[in-house]
Design a protein. Structure first.
Length: 225
């Protein structure tokens, strides 16, 4: 969707073979593979160097990497080791990549950062016994997405003066390999459905919002923190 709007897209993947296959599936769009593991600082630095040398700036950063390792566990049964693994990707990985990309984002006249969050990170929703997500929250995943939401607000406030807009989005429950082991229906949203609002946040006009939590069905739909 971003490439269709005229952007050159760098598709980050840990596995070069799968990353290049994903690029090929997208056909004639201007999408380029770059190896990226958000838990590996050298990998991040190399990816940023590639973008710098080829493009000289970064207009949009989509922090999409995320893991879920708690299927089959009770809501409070995850241990500290599992939480560290989840946070390494879902929280610290976002900080690692964002920090590494800031100098490229500052070169853009209209930079945007989109953090892929989740309704399971909404403290308002998961604390409401009447909300369907309250019974599906997980100690590691939900708290990591709540932490990501906090990062979104802090980054938005810090970068506001530079014109860099930072927003979080909950794409809804999209069937992916990550949730293949979910003990409940995996949802009927397509990848395209889940990508629609993130793409709108990635291409916001100059007067668009920052520091918000949006989605999954419309840009105007605000998810409570």
């Amino acid at each position: 969707m971003l490439a269709q709007r005229g952007l050159t897209v760098y598709l980050g993947a840990r596995d070069p073979e799968r990353g290049r296959a994903a690029v090929e599936e997208l056909g004639d769009a201007d999408v380029r593979f770059v190896r990226l593991d958000v838990t590996d600082t050298r990998s991040v630095a190399d990816a940023v160097t590639t973008i710098d040398e080829e493009a000289g700036r970064l207009d949009v950063l989509v922090n999409n990497a995320g893991i879920m390792t708690e299927w089959g566990l009770g809501a409070a049964d995850a241990n500290a080791s599992q939480l560290r693994e989840i946070y390494e990707v879902n929280v610290f990985g976002v900080v690692t990549v964002t920090s590494a990309c800031l100098h490229l984002l500052r070169r853009s006249p209209n930079a945007r950062i989109v953090n892929m969050s989740s309704g399971l990170g909404s403290l308002t929703w998961v604390s409401d016994p009447e909300h369907p997500l309250s019974g599906r929250a997980f100690l590691g995943y939900s708290s990591s997405k709540a932490a990501l939401n906090a990062l979104t607000v802090v980054y938005a406030n810090s970068l506001r003066a530079k014109g860099i807009k930072v927003n979080a989005v909950g794409p809804g429950f999209v069937p992916t390999e990550q949730n293949a082991a979910a003990p409940f229906p995996r949802g009927d949203r397509t990848v395209g459905d889940g990508a629609a609002v993130p793409v709108l946040l990635a291409t916001l006009p100059a007067d668009g919002p920052t520091g918000t939590f949006r989605g999954p069905d419309a840009l105007e739909e605000v998810i409570p923190w």
